[in-house]
Ligand binder design. Structure first.
Ligand SMILES: Cc1cc2nc3c(=O)[nH]c(=O)nc-3n(C[C@H](O)[C@H](O)[C@H](O)COP(=O)(O)OP(=O)(O)OC[C@H]3O[C@@H](n4cnc5c(N)ncnc54)[C@H](O)[C@@H]3O)c2cc1C
Length: 475
């Protein structure tokens, strides 16, 4: 006997579990199916984000930042500690405990919202009267029928051609988050968000880290002035980043990994490391979904094809998150999930892609929303720019971290904020003010006239807005 649901969500990452909860809040009878298991075989909902992405990476970034502060900066505060040491297995265990808290939290939220959770691999069987039949292959097999289906099956790390992940020497994000001891030498291929975050963790713990990047420009999606400032800070920290490289061979036959490549000048180089993290992007995951059984359209890159409202080519089948076009970000998946659940319930969900923030959680952090200076130039938009350095911010001085700046870009005529770009301490938190402002179509003058608590890092946001009109008060 099949079990009937109004909505079946496949995947319980940030796209899936949020879609399930929102649909349940709107009165739907909802099932959510997820295949992720702990080492003990128990359910681990939360997807990439919770298990091997956003949450564990931030846990390790925090631990390694504490370690670096204790080693390098406590002395400035008059604190002496003796020799500072790191117990890597304990750091990893703390990270694992945080992941588990999040897994358990999602299971609790399912109960609270009366979402029925199934642990196992979901696949399409066929279209049936009033919806679709879905098979769940778990400890036991179940057949479900759903009137509406939301696919949120996420993404997997992309391997270098011919160099599969063994998670011992050649690591994806999964292996990179559970290295048992700080390696002496670590190589990283890809200077994107994940590469820089992982590189920072292990560099802080004493590893010699070399990042090889194929593109000749550092962080091309980031405002050039901000990317330059970030690069300067990473160089100073000793994170070696080589741009414009071409990998020719990766040899894993020895004790470590030997990477042969040509550098930007075309010279042949060899990098020998103990471990190699490959972070060259992610591919949409439709493995095991049996999309062909119902004719669900997938493009040449393996992504489920959707329209602006996340509708697939099949009536009643939706897809959200990393498995569809757009930035692979947890909050993008969540916003699409809420919008889809609301559309299913007859409401008018909406996602504003123009105000999706992006963050790199290194030190300094990098955060931005809206268009950057190079994009505005390309588009021929007339704009005014204002910047304010953290060097001139009292709270940043008190924190002992004055790296970076806040930068505003506003329309030359209307003063509407077109983009806000930040590099510096805690800018992952500061960027939200800019997102709110842009959602409300604020002008830089609006932010410049709002009272910000003193002393706070957020005063730099106000000052950068003042700088648009060349009237900073503290610089
Ligand atoms: C190291 C790292 C750090 C990151 N840091 C950030 C960050 O700081 N901020 C940010 O916004 N984003 C970050 N991301 C990206 C973020 O993790 C993803 O954008 C997000 O997880 C996508 O959510 P999703 O729900 O689409 O997919 P996922 O989180 O990948 O979840 C998909 C789920 O579906 C399940 N599944 C797949 N197929 C089936 C099936 N057939 N049946 C049942 N279950 C199935 C999977 O097991 C998984 O649990 C990071 C990613 C990585 C790798």
């Amino acid at each position: 006997m099949s079990k009937q649901f109004d909505v079946i969500v496949i995947g319980a990452g940030p796209g899936g579990y949020i879609a399930a909860i929102r649909a349940a809040q709107l009165g739907k009878n909802v099932a959510c199916i997820d295949a992720w298991s702990t080492a003990a075989g128990t359910p681990a909902p939360g997807g990439t984000c919770t298990n091997v992405g956003c949450i564990p990476s931030k846990a390790l970034l925090q631990s390694s930042e504490h370690f670096e502060h204790a080693k390098l900066h406590f002395g400035e505060h008059g604190i002496s500690t003796g020799e500072v040491a790191i117990d890597v297995p304990k750091m990893i265990a703390r990270k694992d405990a945080i992941v588990k808290q999040n897994n358990d939290g999602i299971l609790y939220l399912f109960k609270k919202n009366k979402v029925t959770f199934f642990h196992g691999l979901a696949s399409f069987v066929k279209a049936v009267e009033g919806g679709y039949e879905i098979k769940v292959a778990g400890k036991s097999e179940e057949t479900l029928v759903g009137n509406q289906i939301v696919v949120a099956t996420g993404s997997n790390a992309r391997a270098l051609p011919g160099v599969p992940f063994d998670e011992e020497k050649v690591l994806s994000n999964d292996g990179a988050l559970r290295i048992g001891a700080a390696p002496k030498k670590l190589g990283l291929i890809g200077a994107g968000v994940i590469g820089l975050e992982m590189g920072s963790v292990w560099r802080r713990l004493g590893t010699e880290v070399t990042v090889l990047e194929g593109m000749d420009k550092f962080l091309p999606a980031v405002d050039e002035q901000i990317a330059k400032e970030a690069k300067k800070a990473f160089d100073k920290q000793g994170l070696k980043i080589e741009l414009g490289v071409k990998i020719s061979n990766v040899d894993t036959s020895g004790a470590g990994v030997k990477v042969e490549y040509t550098n930007a000048k075309g010279e042949a180089q060899t990098l020998e490391v103990d471990k190699l993290i490959v972070s060259i992007g992610r591919t949409a995951n439709t493995n095991g979904l049996n999309a062909e059984a119902v004719g669900l359209k997938v493009d040449e890159r393996g992504m489920i094809v959707v329209d602006d409202e996340c509708k697939t080519n099949l009536p009643g089948v939706w897809a959200v998150g990393d498995v569809v076009r757009g930035p692979m970000l947890a909050h993008k998946a969540e916003e699409e999930a809420v919008a889809v659940a609301e559309r299913i319930a007859g409401q008018h969900g909406h996602v504003n892609f123009a105000t999706l923030p992006s963050v790199i959680y290194t030190s300094p952090e990098v955060a931005w929303v809206g268009r950057n200076e190079q994009q505005l130039k390309e588009q021929g938009v007339k704009y005014k720019a204002g910047t304010f350095p953290f060097l001139a911010n009292g709270r940043a001085r008190a924190l002992g971290d004055t790296t970076g700046m806040v930068k505003f870009l506003a329309d030359a005529e209307t003063d509407e904020i077109l983009g806000v770009h930040m590099v510096g301490p805690m800018v992952s938190e500061l960027i939200s003010e800019a997102v709110v402002a842009m959602e409300f179509k604020a002008s830089s003058e609006d932010i410049a006239r709002i009272c910000h608590a003193h002393p706070s890092l957020s005063e730099s946001t106000k000052e950068a807005a003042l700088a648009v009109d060349k009237r900073t008060l503290n610089f």
